[in-house]
Design a protein around this ligand. Structure first.
Ligand SMILES: NC(=O)c1ccc[n+]([C@@H]2O[C@H](COP(=O)([O-])OP(=O)(O)OC[C@H]3O[C@@H](n4cnc5c(N)ncnc54)[C@H](O)[C@@H]3O)[C@@H](O)[C@H]2O)c1
Ligand SMILES: [Zn+2]
Length: 366
């Protein structure tokens, strides 16, 4: 078992990663249950993994109750939050109880936020089942729901008490979802770890194909990278945690243009967004065109989009920049951009001219 500590004082917790861990989770969770019934929140696509978890809890003598929600981004809503918190209150959840979030980023974000506000804060355990959730969203304590005005605009920082990652749960994840989550893996290489980007170039295809060693290495390395950044800047105040948004400002515009629909998954938007951030950095002479081409080539080689046309988007630069201005990172009329001086040399640039970005998006390089 790989154990990665997230050291945040009295909010510290461990991320445990091991193949087959779901089937053994009951023993670990029994110590948190302390003889009380545990609530598991999950979605309807996870029935097989829910059965494994419930069997494991029962064997460990932990009484449990599952709340099964509809799959999909629409579940991160006020109405589902209301019904979920009502259900949890009906179950008699107390502040010292641990609610289990079994699922992807949607379930993790929703349960994280529900438990942040339930009785002014109770505890929760993340058991992420998508690659995106295993390498990114389950660690770091960002929780949120979506509103009419946009995605993730209502939320809280609320750290989990424990994260249990069983890479074997990815065996049932559709290939397109695996690829989308892989974009967030590549992101850690591009932020500050050129050796890891080179590892991705050499091993990414194996990971996507489900090769166990490659998958385990990528998850462990990504979680360790995320934990390091979160420990340095838990609430995204110093700018360090903002590096995790590489590709997300461009990506957000692409997701908005495609209506946050299945036309473009979040990770696909991030992939194209990272390639665009590098292409824009190259155009501005910040990094070499070779580096930008290397990023695009790797993502495309995996089957991820790297250009607007790969995403089926023909909107003009002005429209896309218009979407960016609704980004919640917009402050005092400017938008901080993550740009790069090379592979693994991402930095936060607060002086980006949005007119120049729009012109770039209209150019052949985008
Ligand atoms: N909190 C954070 O730091 C953070 C970071 C990144 C993304 N997010 C959020 O995460 C969400 C996206 O997460 P996601 O990509 O995991 O999406 P998701 O939770 O919607 O899962 C994707 C799909 O896969 C299904 N699924 C999940 N695990 C499965 C499995 N093992 N086998 C078969 N099907 C499975 C789900 O039912 C769903 O249909 C977004 O709402 C995004 O805002 C949060
Ligand atoms: Zn992301």
């Amino acid at each position: 078992m790989t154990v990665i500590p997230v050291a945040l004082g009295d909010r510290s917790y461990d991320v445990r990663i091991e193949s087959g861990l779901l089937g053994r989770a009951g023993e670990i969770l029994a110590t948190l249950a302390r003889g009380r019934r545990m609530a598991i929140v999950t979605d309807a696509n996870l029935s097989r993994h829910l059965a494994t978890l419930q069997a494991s809890l029962s064997t460990a003598g932990v009484d449990n109750e599952a709340i099964v929600l509809a799959p999909g981004e629409a579940t991160k809503s006020w109405s589902v939050l209301e019904s979920l918190t009502d259900r949890l209150l009906d179950l008699g959840i107390e502040r010292s109880d641990h609610v289990i979030a079994l699922g992807g980023g949607v379930i993790g974000d929703l349960v994280g936020f529900a438990t942040a506000i339930l009785k002014r804060g109770c505890k929760f355990v993340q058991i992420p089942t998508t690659l995106l959730a295993q390498v990114d969203s389950s660690v770091g304590g960002k929780t949120a729901i979506n509103t009419r005005a946009g995605k993730n605009l209502i939320g809280a920082f609320h750290q989990p008490a424990l994260v249990l990652i069983d890479p074997d749960t990815l065996d049932t994840l559709p290939a397109r979802q695996v690829r989308a989550g892989y974009a967030e893996v590549v992101k850690y290489g591009l932020i500050d770890d050129p050796d890891f980007f080179a590892w991705c170039e050499a091993n990414g295809a194996k990971l996507i194909a489900g090769e166990h060693d490659a998958r385990a290495h990528a998850i462990g390395h990504s979680v360790a990278a995320k934990a390091r950044i979160v420990v340095e800047d838990e609430t995204e105040t110093s700018g360090r945690r903002a590096l995790l948004n590489l590709g997300h400002t461009f990506g957000h515009a692409l997701e908005a243009e495609t209506g946050f629909s299945d036309r473009l998954f979040h990770g696909e938007g991030v992939a194209a967004g990272m390639a665009l951030a590098y292409a824009y950095s190259a155009e501005r002479g910040l990094c070499s065109h070779e580096d930008a081409a290397r990023v695009a080539a790797h993502l495309r080689g995996i089957g991820l989009p790297a250009r607007l046309s790969d995403c089926g988007i023909d909107a003009n630069g002005e429209t896309l920049v218009g979407h960016m201005m609704h980004d919640k990172k917009m402050a005092s009329g400017t938008l901080p951009f993550l740009l790069a001086r090379g592979i693994g040399q991402t930095y936060l640039d607060k002086s980006v001219d949005l007119t120049a970005v729009a012109a770039f998006l209209d150019s052949a390089n985008a």
